[in-house]
Design a protein around this ligand. Structure first.
Ligand SMILES: [Zn+2]
Length: 817
């Protein structure tokens, strides 16, 4: 591995620098007299670190080619293969082979240990070795003492501690190399998160920083510091109520920052921002991080090499198995204490803690019964509403539409609606998509569940508002509804914003996400767009315009205050015929009828979000996150793109097949919004769902509904989701509260609102960040998760450190070789 790798990392230091970047003073304190002067906009510059080519690049590319070709050959390859080394062996012979493999490894390890290298005559050396060993034992005692001191501040519970050197269970050399790769991968993610202003856990960042500064890892004490500042922690609910203050007045009343008159141009698929006309003509954009395709591809190739590396696979698999076992022991020893701790919290229980439905599509957020009731109500009360035009362009009333389908108000029922997924939709995403059409009629979908139709989305707005009032009534359930922007035309954003503002579609329990379907091939073959860049321009240019001059799209500026991020949707199991590599055309040249691959879509969304976020931060506006559907099915490479570029992902089922990535998702605590009921109807039956396993290992998972219209039966789909998970997987109240807490943290609700729901310090590490009176998660569960993560980070950071030191010693003393 080249040392340039470390060049990428930004570390927590540089992130702090970014946070400090505020709106320039001259914008904040503007006198009325200045109104007539041209606005001065002097943002800071920050560039994206570019990749320096090295001879390793070719090697990584070769490796990446190999796994891509293998996966392009399709699923058959995997079916023919005997059980992969990280899965449970299926055949007895494999079991025997793998056992003897580990025995061999262990014996070879003792072979290489210093004792065997010492000849009996070399007694002096032996003495030295013994002395060394004695020192090491002393060291580990010290460490235990240090850890004990730290624990004094933490809640008391039964801890499992593994003592002794090299307790990872693999040969030292494997440990070092695996650690080195894992640390490099984490640094790659840290870089991409920092540059896009998305989140990366402090604890992991601190370990990476210490590794770079060659400092000893501080371990737990940092996380318990907050505990000592008792006054902050004990802020009582009376001072800072769990219910955020109500929004009074019109939620769509807001102020408009003035125009800074920036010029915009999209080049090779990325929007560039120019200070004025002159800099546009001279092609001198602001010095902002415009992501570089070759750097991304080089990093991506390196990631591909990691996930296919055999020893790293088995190392990660072993760590994950260890994490599962450790959790089992923790529950065994502390279950009673945990439930006692929960019982001690007055008032709070699973029903009145905040839980966010982190992944749900607006067009299917109502259940089937709700939709039937709504359709009936409209037919009864508004039969003469003109709702659409027929094929000849003649206006049609609601009554005429239903007459044309031979449906009466009395006759319509849930079975006729036929929107529920059933056993025929399993592995048939096409059939599932057809379920979005009530009674199999796309006309009804057009009338009832679209924002942009002949009635300006009036009915849809009504339905959504009913769902919103249900949520408000339940008080403790929130949802992040996805609305679509397709990228077919430039005015989509304005129409969508107009819909939300005109119909006053707002609720304190709902935040919007924007989903962009990956349908370039469809638009291209219908000649709606000329190339891929057209889509990107339609999606992103209006957002830059409204950031530069909010009054240019007043409704959009207003609506965006309730939008937290972007999602990318479509059937992931479709085979991708093209791959994203150095030769791929840039979006302006992508005129082919073929759909670009997943990582291409995600990359260009990410690259534009980076610039947009930078622009918005400079303007004092909130930033957006990228939280795509990722790993629901299809190629594992989607999860690599997700790991590098996305703050959170939805689904993540395929992680169960890729231990290296699963371990990395754990170490960087990437939020995964999982929907086991949706999976059960489409891709993976309930009892095989990896959620309980992910949860036990400490991955940051939450429960979400995806499409209540297709999958759920009750008025509270989110509770239905929790309820089934709890029954099938025997989750206890503590587990459910932990999952609910995860869902709030990973959601896109504003920081100040989350502070009400989870406590002032919810961003702090470990126990200091937990307020049991709000989250109902016992401190000892949070402490267990935190200490476990710290231990894992210690193992790999120490491994990487000793890798670095062995590398340098072997370089400095060539005589040995
Ligand atoms: Zn979904």
């Amino acid at each position: 591995m080249t040392s340039e790798l470390f060049f990428f990392t930004s570390g927590p230091g540089s992130k702090k620098k970014m946070d400090k970047e505020q709106i320039p003073d001259d914008i904040l304190h503007k006198d009325a007299a200045d109104e007539f002067l041209p606005p001065s906009f002097e943002p800071k510059s920050l560039m994206f670190p570019k990749h320096i080519r090295s001879n390793m690049d070719e090697k990584f590319k070769e490796l990446a080619d190999k796994i891509l070709n293998r996966s392009l050959q399709g699923q058959q390859y995997f079916q023919k293969e005997v059980t992969a080394p990280y899965e449970v062996p299926e055949y007895p012979i494999e079991e025997r082979e793998s056992r003897s493999y580990f025995e061999r490894q262990l014996s070879s390890r003792s072979h290489h240990s210093p004792v065997s290298e010492i000849s009996p005559s070399d007694r002096d050396n032996l003495e030295v070795f013994r002395f060394d060993q004695a020192l090491q034992t002393q060291d580990s005692y010290d460490e235990i003492k240090e850890v004990r001191e730290e624990y004094l501040l933490a809640p008391l519970f039964q801890r499992i501690s593994i003592v002794g050197e090299n307790n990872s269970g693999v040969p030292i050399k494997d440990l070092e190399e695996a650690s080195k790769s894992l640390v490099t991968a984490l640094m790659i993610r840290e870089k991409y998160m920092a540059v896009s202003q998305q989140s990366f856990p402090n604890i992991t960042a601190r370990f990476l920083q210490n590794l770079e500064d060659k400092e000893e890892f501080k371990g737990l004490s940092e996380g318990f510091k907050g505990l000592m500042e008792g006054s902050v922690r004990q802020k009582v609910i009376d001072d800072h109520p769990i219910n955020p203050p109500e929004v009074k007045g019109d939620p769509f009343q807001c102020e408009f920052p003035e125009n800074v008159g920036c010029h915009l141009r999209m080049k090779h698929g990325i929007v560039y921002v120019f200070k004025n006309k002159e800099s546009l003509e001279n092609d001198k954009p602001f010095d902002w991080p415009y992501i570089d395709k070759d750097t991304f591809l080089a990093d991506q190739n390196m990631m591909y090499a990691f996930i296919s590396d055999g020893p790293l696979k088995s190392f990660s698999y072993r760590r994950l198995s260890y994490l599962s076992a450790r959790f089992q022991l923790h529950v065994l020893l502390n279950e009673l204490k945990e439930s006692a701790a929960q019982r001690e919290v007055p008032h709070r229980d699973f029903y009145n803690i905040r839980k966010v439905d982190t992944h749900v599509h607006a067009s299917s957020c109502m259940n089937q019964k709700h939709l039937v009731r709504f359709i009936k109500k409209m037919m009864r009360n508004h039969p003469n509403d003109v709702v659409c035009k027929d094929n000849d362009g003649k206006e049609m009333t609601l009554r005429q539409v239903f007459d044309s389908m031979n449906i009466t108000t009395f006759g319509i029922n849930v079975d006729m609606l036929d929107v529920h997924a059933d056993r025929n939709t399993f592995h048939r995403f096409d059939k599932f998509n057809a379920k979005y059409n009530p009674v199999g009629e796309s006309r009804l979908r057009e009338i009832f569940i679209k924002t942009d139709n002949y009635i300006d989305g009036k009915y849809f707005a009504h339905t959504i508002k009913e769902v919103m009032s249900d949520l408000e009534e339940s008080k403790y359930q929130m949802a992040e509804l996805r609305l679509s922007i397709y990228g077919k035309s430039r005015d989509e954003w304005d129409k969508l914003a107009m819909w939300a503002v005109n119909h006053r579609v707002y609720s304190p329990n709902v935040m919007w996400m924007i989903q962009t379907p990956r349908l370039y091939d469809v638009y291209r073959s219908n000649n709606l767009v000329k190339n891929f860049q057209d889509i990107l321009e339609n999606i992103f240019l209006p957002l830059f315009e409204v950031t530069s001059d909010p009054k240019s799209h007043p409704e959009l500026h207003n609506f965006l205050r309730y939008v937290s991020g972007f999602d990318s949707v479509d059937d992931e199991s479709k085979t991708e015929h093209i791959r994203f590599d150095y030769d791929s055309p840039t979006p302006d040249l992508w005129t082919d009828e073929q759909n670009p691959p997943y990582s291409y879509y995600i990359y260009y969304m990410y690259a534009n979000i980076v610039v947009l976020n930078h622009f918005r931060r400079e303007r004092g506006l909130h930033t957006f996150t990228l939280r795509p559907h990722c790993g629901e099915a299809g190629n594992v490479t989607h999860l690599v793109a997700g790991f590098m570029l996305a703050e959170n992902i939805n689904h993540g089922l395929v992680l169960r097949k890729v231990p290296v990535l699963q371990y990395l998702y754990y170490l960087s605590q990437i939020g995964i919004a999982m929907s086991p009921l949706s999976n059960n109807s489409l891709f993976l039956s309930y009892h095989r769902n990896p959620l309980p396993e992910y949860f036990a290992r400490g991955l940051n998972v939450s429960l979400s509904t995806d499409d209540p219209l297709q999958f759920h039966f009750t008025k509270e789909p989110l509770i239905e989701e929790y309820s089934i998970a709890a029954q099938v997987w025997k989750l206890n109240s503590c587990d459910m509260c932990e999952i609910a807490r995860n869902s709030v943290i990973m959601s896109g609700f504003p920081h100040s609102v989350k502070q009400h729901w989870l406590g002032m310090n919810y961003m702090k590490e470990g126990v200091a960040g937990n307020d049991v009176s709000r989250s109902n998660v016992p401190d000892l569960r949070v402490a267990y998760r935190y200490e476990t993560l710290v231990d894992e980070l210690k193992v790999i950071c120490r491994g990487a450190q000793s890798y670095n030191s062995t590398q340098t010693t072997s370089k400095s003393s060539p005589a040995k070789i």
